[in-house]
Design a binder for this molecule. Structure first.
Ligand code: HEC
Length: 226
């Protein structure tokens, strides 16, 4: 090939020169200013990556089809808002049910937004896990601890629903579920409207959120401690 017999740049075609520049000049011929620029770009890239690792986009609700919510399988890696034992509002006249532990989780990016604004962003999902109560495991016999999963509910704040909220109950082994409707959802909405401190959520039972909401002035005007 003729190239062998020519010196660099002597009689190369434009195409050859372009190829050569693309393959050889970077980063071999970087000068001071360009190296600094490169270093800044690399750092900026690393920083953006670190940020996106902290707040992965799309950690909100996922839907299987239509408004059917996918039961999140990684909620135990979300933010744990709190735990309660035997906390419920019994129906007037009804016998109290067996005590259960309730564990509440929320998707991480919505938690961070709430801590800054005292409000829930669109595309927030909460999981409420019910667990059985274990007793008499140690000598003093008073300690109580969590056992097997006995129930699983999820709420979402999502503008895809007519009033901006969706309520779900998942039974054993269900991978996705349709939003509750009719009288069933009415019960969820009534209690989650009448007794909640912020929007339709029981923020009064999650101390760090309650403090943030008080600071931001987002506690409902008509909310009074129970
Ligand atoms: C009679 C009152 C009442 C009704 C009805 C009710 N809840 Fe709740 N819910 C609560 C309370 C109290 C909490 C506070 C968390 C706890 O139990 O530790 C809560 C918390 C939750 C949470 C965690 C996020 C939050 O708002 O704090 C989810 C998810 C949830 N409920 C789903 C449901 C669904 C789905 C229904 C309807 C099937 C429902 N709830 C009906 C009282 C109620």
């Amino acid at each position: 090939m003729t190239r062998k017999t020519r010196g660099y740049g002597e009689s190369a075609t434009t195409e050859e020169r372009r190829t050569r520049r693309d393959s050889y000049s970077f980063p071999l011929f970087l000068r001071g200013g360009e190296s600094l620029l490169l270093a800044v770009l690399v750092l900026a890239g690393a920083w953006t990556f670190a940020l996106s690792a902290q707040a992965p986009a799309g950690d909100g609700p996922q839907y299987a089809s239509g408004n059917n919510l996918v039961r999140p399988d990684n909620y135990r890696e979300w933010i744990f808002l709190g735990s309660s034992l035997g906390l419920n509002y019994p129906q007037p006249g009804a016998a109290p049910g067996a005590d259960q532990f309730n564990n509440v989780f929320v998707n991480p990016s919505s938690y961070r937004a709430f801590m800054q604004t005292g409000k829930w962003p669109d595309k927030t999902i909460w999981v409420l896990e019910f667990r059985g109560v274990g007793k008499e495991a140690v000598a003093n016999r008073r300690g109580q601890f969590q056992t097997n999963l006995v129930g699983f509910e999820a709420n979402v704040k999502d503008s895809r629903f007519p009033d901006g909220w969706g309520y779900f109950v998942f039974r054993d082994g269900e991978k996705s579920g349709a939003p509750l409707s009719g009288d069933t959802v009415k019960r969820c909405i009534d209690c989650h409207s009448a007794h909640t401190a912020v929007e339709r959520t029981f923020v009064q039972f999650y101390p760090q959120l309650f403090d943030a909401a008080k600071k931001m002035g987002t506690v409902k005007k008509d909310y009074t401690d129970p």
